[in-house]
Write a protein that binds this ligand. Sequence first.
Ligand code: NAP
Length: 451
Amino acid sequence: MSSRTAPRSVAIVGSGPAGLYAAEGLARKHPDLRIDILERLPTPFGLVRSGVAPDHQGTKAIQRQFGKLLQRPGLRFLGNVEVGRDVALDELRAAYDAVILAIGAALDRRLGIPGEDLPGVYGSGAFVGWYNGHPDWRHLDPRLDGPSVAIIGNGNVAVDVARVLAKSSAEMAASDICAHAAAVIAAAPLAEIWLVGRRGPAEASWTPVELAELGRLERAAPVVDSADIPAVIEEADPRLLRIREKTLETLRGFAAAPPDGKRIRLHFLFNAAPVEILGAGRAERLRLARRRTGEAFEIRASTVITAIGYRCHGSAGAPLDAERGIVANVEGRVAPGLWVVGWAKRGPSGTIPTNRAESFAVAEAVAAELAQVNAPKPGPDVLDHLLAARGVTVVDHPAWLRIEAAEAAHARAGAPREKFATLAELLAAARAEDAPTSSSHERAQLNAPRR
Ligand code: NAP
């Protein structure tokens, strides 16, 4: 085979939506391409598995489509392989004609206010990872022992966190929330959840459908001060105007709803910027400043969850744009043969479909670059040798299917799966061993009849 016709190879680092859509874009147009998808966890799908709310199973259904993609000839899934630990980025670049980083934005942005490091304060990445079974956060053990939780931020992640905390066990029964988290939330003595926005309701970045869900909860009722809702808003973009008007209409509905006997009050607090988290050895109160007057006031909050966005850690060794918290790039191009997609490329914005068009566009640019390659690099064999020599346990696609089957088999009645949330459990399931799980005790508790 001449070097012109020898297959080209691409390594994609990260198996979330952005990486998988890049793989799909490349595979569709170039079926001969050899594509390896490296993932540091034993499980694929990134935020579809560990970010999307456990009660939004409709959104998670995209996993089926992604699962089919992983079975494509020429494409391999290599789970439990971390770039920067098991293989260096430079080694990958030497082996593959192109490397695409799809490493997401795994670090919580910080508020930069005093008290942020007190026990009881959590970033949404950690908190969501905890209830969604991300092994990094299995042992977060967040304090949910007080009546009042403050969630900072007015985006969809803040809404997700508020809803997961506010829903009853019955409402979460068909979700895939991890048993360890479901048990803690069910036992929490929650009476009030504050959704804190530093700007007004018209500037909130949540979407109206997600917001409206907060008005239909069994044990929680929204509380909105109608004085916070402007009568008219100015917005030049007609699409944004419609979204914002829908938000205001939903909030007006919340404000007008008669009081009811629900246990949890879901307070919407607008135009209130966090100034300090106060407490003796742990979070107890949140001090805020009113936007227009600067007047300071406090709310009680024994748990504070910040849902204010994320930044890329860049641990794969790629150049970082520290200010924006992304991998430095121009339209996805980082350096010759090195590309970036998804949140690591543009920052933490957009939904799953946003990644489709964007990753397809980067895939086109990668393919154009590959067409210029005269001497293909050695490809996947080099990686296989490196990983074997280093004793790395690769979780391939059949092994992932064993994990998936075991999680389904462990599910409580009505739930799609019970995720394994530690590496030991995941790797045992990948080997098809019947390892005792740390979750089994909690699962038994969850299934026990309530007194
Ligand atoms: P986001 O939409 O960017 O919201 C971040 C929020 O944090 C904003 O309200 C922002 O206020 C606020 N914030 C930032 N810095 C702050 C500070 N220092 N003090 C107080 N507030 C601060 O981000 P996200 O909620 O993390 O969501 C990330 C992306 O995932 C979004 O595109 C979202 O739509 C998507 N997502 C979608 C779904 C869904 O479709 N169901 C679910 C989850 C996430 P300002 O506007 O004032 O900056």
